[in-house]
Ligand binder design. Structure first.
Ligand code: PEP
Ligand code: MN
Length: 368
């Protein structure tokens, strides 16, 4: 028997549709903390209670989870509140222990999903159990690894497979304190994942992405605006004293405020005023895009000509001063037109690469 993610069908059927809510502490720390949080989560409308039992810590010496004792606390909280349980499993032994204890939704963590061998071992351990499984994005922004994990689980015949977008690791030269997000979202990776797997429910994890309490609300809203199916958010009765991820956990009361402030937008609107105006604006966007692509094609034709010209005169393709001047002038133009200079800078980095490729391939040209 294969099962669906608990609460998802009801969340989708609500008017307006609401996000599936997976709430709970980063780590299960004691029977009391788990029960108190579970009751608060249920009062907040949670569909599923989350908690870490075995914690994958990047560095040794940090709290590594209470292990199997925590499974008993969770089973008691489930009996008390009726909430289904979601727990991270990183080895076949974890998966077996979790299922024995009545865990309803095992999930694969971001550090596990980078390793296809471990994912396959877990898929084999979960084979045929029919339980729904969540797959966090891998710490590396590699959509193939994320997709591959989903496919391995599906082939193993588990229940519904859902994906969790929790952001990606990047190197931060000044240290973690200098960046806005603990794990930058790289939204385009999640968007590409969803393009490939439109039938896989996508759940956002603003807690691990933001890493800070004040970012949970804005990130959650952003996820809802991108039509994510649900949210996984960490909550703890006394976050400052949490044994893991203290900075990103909210008290249930603070989480209640965040959830109450979220604005649900629908994928479409039946209002008579919506479709005609949306259609008109989309036609204008289509026309603007057509011009953009034609302008790019025209630019690349000129680039091909200059490539051949440089070759004829024995001049290198890439000329750093010329590109420094292009970046400076184009970002300046952008600013004058109300565009973010960083956006246009990134765009020109792509255009630059394509220009070099075009010149390298130009008839009679050779690369520097
Ligand atoms: C977690 O959800 O507690 C966790 C460890 O997450 P991630 O695998 O996303 O780091
Ligand atoms: Mn955590």
């Amino acid at each position: 028997m294969t099962s669906l993610l608990p609460g998802l069908a009801a969340a989708r059927a609500a008017t307006p549709p609401r996000p599936l809510l997976i709430l709970g502490p980063c780590s299960a720390e004691s029977a009391e903390q788990v029960l108190e949080t579970a009751r608060a989560a249920r009062a907040l409308g949670a569909d599923v209670l989350r908690a870490g039992v075995w914690k994958p810590r990047s560095r040794p010496g940090a709290f590594e989870g209470a292990g199997e004792a925590a499974l008993e606390w969770l089973a008691a909280a489930k009996a008390d509140t009726g909430l289904p349980l979601a727990v991270e499993v990183a080895t076949p032994a974890h998966a077996e222990a979790a299922l024995r204890a009545g865990v309803d939704v095992p999930w694969l963590g971001a550090r596990t999903v980078v390793d296809p061998f471990r994912v396959q071992e877990l898929a084999d351990a979960l084979r045929g159990t029919g339980v729904p499984v969540l797959v966090k994005n891998p710490v590396a922004p590699d959509v193939e690894l994320w997709s591959g994990a989903v496919e391995r689980l599906r082939r193993a015949g588990v229940g519904q497979v859902g994906a969790v977008h929790r952001g990606f690791s990047t190197y931060t030269p000044g240290g973690a304190g200098t960046v806005q997000y603990r794990n930058p979202p790289l939204w385009q990776v999640a968007i590409e994942f969803r393009r490939r797997h439109p039938d896989v429910p996508l759940i956002g994890d603003p807690s691990h992405m933001g890493g800070r309490r004040d970012l949970i609300g804005p990130l959650s809203q952003r996820m809802l605006d991108l039509a994510y199916d649900g949210l996984m958010i960490e909550t703890h009765p006394d976050p400052d004293r949490a044994l893991s991820d203290a900075r990103q956990q909210l008290t249930p009361a603070a989480l209640g405020e965040v959830l109450a402030a979220l604005v649900m937008r629908e994928a479409g609107s039946a209002a008579a005023t919506y479709a005609p105006r949306a259609d008109e604006l989309r036609r204008r966007i289509d026309a603007a895009d057509r011009e953009l692509v034609e302008a790019l094609a025209a630019r690349m034709r000129i680039v091909t000509e200059i490539g051949a010209h440089k070759k004829a005169h024995g001049v290198t393709i890439h000329q750093p001063e010329r590109w420094a001047e292009i970046f400076a002038s184009r970002t300046g133009w952008a600013e004058g037109l109300g565009l973010r200079p960083e956006f246009v800078q990134e765009l020109y980095e792509r255009i630059h690469l394509e220009s070099i490729r075009t010149q390298t391939d130009a008839p009679g040209a050779s690369s520097d």
